[in-house]
Write a protein that binds this ligand. Structure first.
Ligand SMILES: [Fe+2]
Ligand SMILES: [Fe+2]
Length: 320
């Protein structure tokens, strides 16, 4: 994939993003757990039934979640608020969102915030955490590139990217705080020296796939978010992210020339799997409509189509 391929593809896909119409107001709440899944619980008796009466646990939980808050009905489960209750009295609607960037090896924290944090705040806190995690990812990458004898312009670009990510984390932290969420703690295990093949595999997965899609999402949000502050922040971040995506592909081209055919095949295999994982994550994402509108993030169906479109341009056949 030539670096010159990326900009025209992004420009074409960004033009598909709906331009925001004005509208403000928030928010529902959810609590966080691992893997970007956020259960929000509702008392079944508080959810109106179709005929205006009271819902019961006889109704399918997807239907209850749909009535409670979520268009389409996300994955869900029943629970009891007390051990002594014979029947479930709560439904848990599991909300997932797609939020992409370059994660460092050894990332131990997940960007989770406390139960009861407003939904938009929790989303931006997660984004801020991912931006902050990208700082050590690029610092390590710059050091490793230097130790593997990479050209100076790649090393310098990786150091510049680390500085960009500091700014991005700060911008996302401001959005998180504005919507009632603190900056999540970031924990990354100490790095060990690794081979060029290991570097290339991480760069293919986290840079050429995840961060590249994250760059596309940033531009999409800059166009579609109803919240003007979000559009402004993501509008400043998107061009940097596009350069980071281009850097990933430039590093890929440099590393692949130096690897054996067997090692190159392992890098390509990891890249193919990363596209498949990303497609799965996109198609199972689910946000409350209000959060999607304010943040400008695409729906699950649209996110999946964007992943497929991007993969077909950058790695034809990966998602065939
Ligand atoms: Fe970033
Ligand atoms: Fe980035």
């Amino acid at each position: 994939m030539s670096r010159r391929t990326l900009r025209p593809v992004f420009k074409r896909l960004w033009l598909l993003a709906p331009v925001a119409t004005l509208g403000l107001g928030c928010s529902s709440t959810w609590s966080c757990d691992k893997d970007g899944v956020y259960p929000e619980s509702f008392r079944i008796a508080d959810i109106p039934s179709e005929d205006g009466g009271v819902s019961t646990a006889d109704t399918a939980c997807e239907e209850l979640c749909r009535r409670a808050a979520y268009h389409g009905g996300p994955p869900c489960s029943f629970s009891r608020s007390s051990e002594s209750l014979p029947e479930p009295d709560e439904v848990n609607c599991h909300v997932m969102y797609i939020c992409e960037g370059r994660r460092p090896e050894g990332l131990c924290s997940d960007g989770a915030v406390a139960t009861g944090t407003p939904a938009l705040g929790a989303l931006f806190a997660r984004m801020a955490h991912l931006e902050a995690a990208s700082v050590p990812a690029f610092e390590r990458l710059a050091d490793e590139l230097a130790s593997h004898g990479a050209p100076e312009h790649l090393v310098r670009a990786a150091r510049r990217a680390a500085k960009d990510e500091v700014r991005h984390a700060s911008a996302m932290e401001s959005l998180a705080r504005r919507h009632g969420a603190p900056m999540p703690e970031l924990t990354v295990a100490p790095f060990q020296a690794r081979s060029l093949e290991a570097l290339a595999i991480e760069n293919a997965v986290e840079g050429c796939v995840r961060e590249t899609f994250g760059a596309l999402l940033a531009g999409w949000q800059a166009r579609s978010a109803e919240d003007a502050k979000v559009r402004q922040s993501l509008g400043a971040i998107a061009p940097d992210e596009l350069m980071h995506a281009e850097l990933s592909w430039a590093i890929d081209a440099w590393a692949m020339e130096r690897l054996s055919p067997e090692a190159r095949e392992r890098v390509e295999k990891a890249r193919r799997e990363a596209w498949r994982d990303l497609e799965h994550d996109a198609s199972t994402s689910h946000l409350p409509d209000e959060v999607a509108r304010h943040s400008g993030l695409p729906s699950a169906d649209l996110a999946r189509r964007l992943v497929r479109e991007l993969a077909s341009e950058l790695m034809p056949g990966a998602l065939a």
